[in-house]
Design a protein around this ligand. Structure first.
Ligand SMILES: Nc1ncnc2c1ncn2[C@@H]1O[C@H](COP(=O)(O)OP(=O)(O)OP(=O)(O)O)[C@@H](O)[C@H]1O
Ligand SMILES: [Mg+2]
Length: 592
């Protein structure tokens, strides 16, 4: 599909306005040529009349009015052309945004792990706006810039072919220099330029995010190698771009403005040849007037193609952002039959990755059972949790809950049946009450209070002067990582879903918080099918079963005692964990 067609496909029922605006703009441009001819006619009258007052006036005045009329008419038609193009361009812009949002809403939830909201907004918003200047301003000129040069050439040839050649040669040479710089090379260049600009912007955001780290470690901007590299890359491209234009632009400016130098000698030769000074002078006058119109048009058309390229790239950028396969909605959803979790030969590779994050994983968590996942960082624990909730679809094998493939379950029913507390979940910047109620918007105050108690959050709430109405992030309401996780547990408790997934955050420093979380979690998982990911091995000893993940595969499985007796990976992890705990204890004893 060509860029134009692609852009037009977003115009909906205003699609027809683009050809309308182009036709009107072409008409306006042709009408704009009329005053030149009329002025030429006036000058001819002046030349030929030789001072015959009254009669001359009668002939000139109507011509002058016609010239004014043509000029005003041309402006009015052009106004109408821009009006229609704007109506269509704004529709395209809004439809691009709508369509992108529609696709984003249908993305698997895992998409949002890799794309921050700020970045998504920037890509969609900026690129949608980029299409505006091309569609609203430059596209209407497309027909005009194609038609007018042809009309001008036909016109001047009709007057005098020799003068035509004299004025067109330098203009064409100038244009040839420009088109050389604007060819496929130039396009590729613009693409590189836009990419490097985007990269620099992204890196700048990363840099600002990292400023606290940079300060703490007393580093300079050079520690942000990517940012530095992206600036240098941009700098190189801009320099290259400027230098690339140096010669063609100078040559173009010289030739395009020098047509009079070519025209004058030919005119002088012609007067000697024909002997008719007045006629040659008249034609000379017309050529001086009209040649710049021709070159102006050609110049415009060059920028037009550049703008079209940019607009096309803008749409491509948005489309590639949303190019992930959308989550398929089952045509005939199957009702869940119970609440167990089953992984059958499941493999999964993240989009754009080659290494499998999960490789042939098979396990079963029966209803009401608590199974713990342990393993090194990056072994695939969070990925297992994500697949249960269908944040991503398994690449191979089957993930079932309640005996039904998760892909066959109505997404709403699946979401209703699963509570998660994820590693990286953040609280909303609203009241504690709203944050907890998110688990069950219809919950009564009493139910919320019960959840607060069960999740061991009472101390957090009591500390706030406004209690549950305290706003996160405002009036000094800041919660530690452990406290946030307890609020999230309260939310999950309120939801009271039959399947519970807890991905424990690694960063609780204080043992008190850890103990409270553990207590809250025990309440939450009571009687539920539970998959817990734990980094502190003490919290998994009570699990019905423990699965040890290694590089996306299940290496060992069994109860705590069984695994210790197996003398394998778990035993090694357990010994290391014990040592680290003792190390902390010893340190604390020393301090005491
Ligand atoms: N959104 C993603 N896109 C691409 N690769 C990912 C993504 N999330 C995780 N991975 C990769 O998949 C593998 C498994 O990651 P996962 O998050 O499941 O590990 P984990 O066991 O939960 O680790 P941790 O203990 O640090 O939380 C890792 O190699 C990781 O780099
Ligand atoms: Mg994880």
């Amino acid at each position: 599909m060509s860029t134009l067609q692609k852009l037009q496909s977003y115009a909906g029922n205003r699609k027809a306005l683009f050809p309308v605006s182009m036709a009107l703009s072409a008409l306006a441009a042709l009408a704009g040529l009329l005053p030149y001819i009329l002025i030429w006619l006036i000058v001819r009258e002046l030349f030929e009349a030789g001072g015959n007052g009254g009669e001359l006036e009668q002939r000139i005045i109507p011509l002058a009015w016609q010239a004014v009329g043509a000029a005003v008419g041309s402006v009015a038609i052009y106004f109408a052309a821009l009006w229609s193009s704007h109506l269509a361009a704004f529709r395209v812009e809004s439809n691009i945004r709508r369509e992108a949002m529609r696709k984003i809403v249908a993305m698997p939830l895992g998409f949002f792990d890799g794309h921050t909201s700020g970045r998504i907004r920037k890509i969609i918003d900026d690129n949608a706006s980029t299409t505006h200047s091309f569609l609203a301003h430059q596209l209407p000129d497309l027909a005009a810039t194609a038609l007018v040069p042809v009309a001008v050439i036909a016109l001047v040839l009709a007057f005098d072919w020799r003068l035509s050649i004299a004025c067109l040669v330098p203009v064409i040479i100038g244009i040839a220099f420009m088109s050389f710089a604007m060819g496929e090379n130039g396009r590729q260049f613009m693409r590189d330029y836009m990419n490097s600009l985007e990269e620099m912007n992204t890196e700048a955001v990363e840099y600002v995010r990292g400023i606290p780290v940079v300060k703490v470690f007393q580093q300079t901007i050079f520690s942000f190698k990517n940012f530095h590299r992206s600036i240098m890359n941009y700098n190189r491209l801009v320099l290259q771009y400027t230098l690339m234009w140096e010669k063609p632009m100078s040559a173009y400016t010289v030739f395009i403005n020098s047509f009079v130098f070519f025209l004058a000698p030919v005119a002088i030769l012609l007067t000697g040849y024909t002997g008719n000074y007045a006629a040659v002078l008249l034609d000379f006058f017309l050529f001086v007037l009209i040649t710049p119109v021709f070159s102006g048009c050609v110049m415009k058309s060059m920028y037009l193609f550049q703008a079209m390229d940019l607009a096309g790239q803008a749409v491509d950028r948005i489309e590639s952002l949303t190019a992930y396969k959308p989550l398929t909605i089952p045509v005939k959803p199957q009702p869940m039959n119970g609440y167990d979790i089953r992984f059958q030969n499941v493999s999964f590779t993240y989009p754009g990755m080659t290494k499998k994050a999960l490789d042939d994983v098979t396990f079963h968590v029966t209803q009401g059972e608590t199974v713990a996942l342990v393993g090194a960082s990056g072994s695939g624990k969070t990925t297992v949790a994500r697949l249960v909730a269908r944040f991503w679809e398994a690449s191979e094998g089957q993930v079932c809950t309640g005996g039904v493939d998760v892909n066959e379950i109505n997404p709403d029913e699946l979401m209703q049946s699963v509570s998660f507390v994820f590693q990286n979940t953040r609280l909303f910047k609203t009241t504690l009450l709203e944050n907890i109620r998110y688990g069950n918007p219809g919950a009564t105050q009493e139910e919320v209070e019960n959840a607060v108690d069960a999740a061991q959050c009472r101390d957090i709430v009591n500390r706030q002067p406004l209690g549950l109405n305290a706003r996160i992030g405002a009036e000094g309401t800041y919660l530690s990582g452990g406290e946030q996780q307890r609020i999230l547990l309260a939310r999950a408790l309120l939801k009271n879903a039959p399947i519970v997934i807890l991905d424990e955050a690694t960063a609780f420093a204080d043992p008190e918080s850890e103990h409270l979380i553990y207590k809250a979690f025990s309440t939450l998982s009571e009687g539920k099918t539970t998959l817990m990911i734990a980094h502190r091995l003490t919290s998994v000893t009570g699990a019905d079963r423990i699965l040890v993940l290694d590089n996306g595969r299940i290496a060992e499985s069994g109860t705590h005692e069984e695994l210790l007796n197996q003398n394998g990976m778990y035993l090694k992890m357990w010994n290391e964990y014990q040592q680290s705990v003792q190390w902390t204890l010893r340190k604390e004893v020393c301090h005491a």
